[in-house]
Structure formats: C-alpha cells, structure tokens
Design a protein around this ligand. Structure first.
Ligand code: 8YV
Length: 332
C-alpha cells in the first residue's frame, strides 16, 4: 500500500523529518521558503496531511482545493491561522501543540517583563552606541517588579505558569479571563484574584497578555484600554498580534501614557509598524516566546505524532491526542 503524502510546510528538525519519512511520502521545505497563498495551495493539492506553523494560512479556499486532505497539524498552541469551521466542514482534522510549550513561554514572558521594567535592552543599546562616558545615579531608572501588581489577561495554562513564577517576586496577581478559574487553580497561581478587564488595567503595574487571537479578542487593548492603565505601567504581549492595536500603543508609548512595552508579536508580522523602531521604551522580539531548543523539538514531535495518529490510526489507535475539531467525527 502506498504511504500517505504529506507536506512539511517549513524547515523542520532532521530527526523529525526522518520519523515522518518512515510513515509518509514527504515533501519537505528544508530551505524554509515562504510559500505565497497560491503556492501553498499548489503544494498541498495532492497531500493527505500538512505540518504547518502559525505562519501558514489554512483557508477555506485551500481546503476546498485539496480534496485528499485529512489532517493539518499545527506546530503551535495557537491556531488562528487555520479556518477551523471550514476544516471541520471539509472533514479535515486540525491539531495543535498545547502544554509542551507552557513553561518555556512563561519563562519568556518574564524575560520580556524584566527587560522592559528594568530597561535592559534600552540601556544596552545606549552602551553599545558608545554613550557611557560617566556613571550617573539617576540613569535608566526603571520600575520595580518585586512587590508590584501583576495583571494577566488570558489565564489559561501559560497564564497560570506566569502567575506561579510571580511568587518569588512577592507580587499580587490579578487576572481576567473568559471564565473564572476553580478556587484551587487560583490558589496555585499565586492566589490570583479574578477582576474585570478595566479593574485589572487600572490596578496592575505590569500587564501581560496571554489570550488566544479571535475576532472577539481583536484589539482587546486599544486607545481606551491604554488610557485606563497607570502612567508607570508596562504592557507585555506574548500572545498574538492583533490583540493590541499597535497604532494606539505607539501613540501611548510616545506620549508616555504608559511607561513601556515588551512585544513578541505584532499586527502584520513580520512586517511590524516601523514607528516601533523610533521608540526607546519598547523591547521588541521576533515571535520567539516558545523558542527554546527542547520546546521546539517537543512541539515538532507532538505535531508529527498527531499526524501519524490522524493518517495512520492503526499505528497509534484512537484519535489524534490534540484534535481541536473532534466534532469532525460526525461529519465523516
Ligand atoms: C510558535 C506560538 O512559535 O504556539 C504558538 O501559538 O505562537 C509559538 O509558540 C509559532 O506560532 C510557530 O508556529
């Protein structure tokens, strides 16, 4: 029997590729070329499965052009790049990579928070530019992290991991979420207190965004929300571009309405708004929150295992472990 055909849409670890090749007839993209929409459809047309990243848009148009397609396995916990409703209708299973990246992503939220509050990258750039002629008592005064109030919007598994880390800094934690956590989870998350979004924005010294992107979460933080924040507050976004209105944020940073921001994600990334580069009170990173070696390997392994389960159920048995559209079963 011939092997199912798959597309690995972006460069992938050689060991994972070898594993996939034992099960599938693989078209890979080790050159890491960015496929345009039409090219991605062409590459996917004769495939049974795709291993994607959050950069590939799996649209209704692609799904209808690929009649053989049975599974899309995203190497990301977020899946706003995939039209899940269209996939379900087309009978295509969609999986993500939850949990394996929680701790690494939470670590990075803290890296951005610390760098932003204590002006780490700003002062380093100043030093590298040859400006350090004389030490000053009042240079690069930042805001404190210890003892401050941490506000987390989006209190899923990553948000809770961020909250737990705040214990060592003696912080109070406020959170806002679609629904309130069970009391034992709140306790475990440094006794996090559930509040409205407005209350969180008014009271937090450091606000961290960890919510998934959807039409409902579009511009969760825009001019109105930024105006509620404390003038000394910092905003950290490790979630998705589009959750923050970047134009409004640029204005708030420029006018010192808030002190600083740390951003790993942007609207229209990688083509982020150029005005960010004119500001010194923002730390900018290129969507790397989950990018530790072990975690990226774990994400790739997880997606590969989901694809084997989806296309070769006899090998593993049962449904793919991280199936997002389990209602698909009634469509098959
Ligand atoms: C990934 C992410 O790096 O998991 C997610 O949702 O945003 C990141 O961990 C990226 O999306 C790669 O697909």
């Amino acid at each position: 029997m011939s092997k199912p055909r798959i597309l690995v849409a972006r460069a992938c670890f050689p060991e994972v590729l070898t594993y996939l090749q034992t099960h599938f007839d693989v078209e890979s993209n080790q050159a890491d070329k960015i496929f345009g929409a039409a090219e991605l459809i062409e590459k996917s047309r004769d495939k049974d499965g795709i291993i994607s990243t959050s950069s590939e848009r799996i649209t209704a148009e692609l799904l209808s052009a690929c009649p053989r397609l049975k599974a899309v396995c995203n190497q990301a916990v977020g899946y706003n790049n995939i039209d899940i409703a269209a996939a379900t209708k087309a009978g295509v299973m969609v999986t993500n990579t939850p949990d394996v990246l929680n701790q690494t992503t939470a670590d990075f939220a803290w890296a951005l928070l610390m760098a932003t509050a204590r002006r780490v990258t700003e002062s380093e750039h100043w030093l590298r530019a040859g400006n350090w002629k004389q030490w000053r008592f009042d240079s690069f005064l930042g805001s404190d992290v210890h003892g401050a109030t941490l506000g987390i919007i989006g209190m899923g598994r990553i948000g809770q991991a961020i909250a737990r880390r705040s214990m060592g800094f003696d912080m109070q934690v406020l959170y806002h979420n679609r629904s309130r956590l069970a009391p034992e989870l709140e306790t475990h998350a440094n006794h996090a207190r559930y509040v409205s979004k407005d209350e969180l924005l008014q009271q937090a010294d450091h606000v961290v965004l960890v919510l998934p992107y959807s039409p409902e979460s579009h511009h969760t933080i825009a001019a109105k929300e930024l105006a509620l924040m404390k003038p000394g507050a910092t905003l950290i976004n490790i979630a998705r571009g589009g959750i923050v209105d970047d134009v409004a944020l640029i204005a708030a940073l420029r006018d010192q309405k808030i002190a600083a921001a740390g951003l790993d994600v942007f609207e229209n990334e990688p083509a982020f708004h150029p005005d960010f580069l004119t500001l010194t009170n923002v730390v900018l990173t290129p969507h790397i929150a989950s990018a530790s070696e072990p975690t990226r390997r774990a994400m790739a392994d997880c997606a590969a295992q989901n694809l084997v389960a989806a296309l070769l159920p006899e090998k593993i048995g049962g449904l793919p472990p991280n199936l997002l559209n389990s209602e698909i079963i009634s469509f098959r």
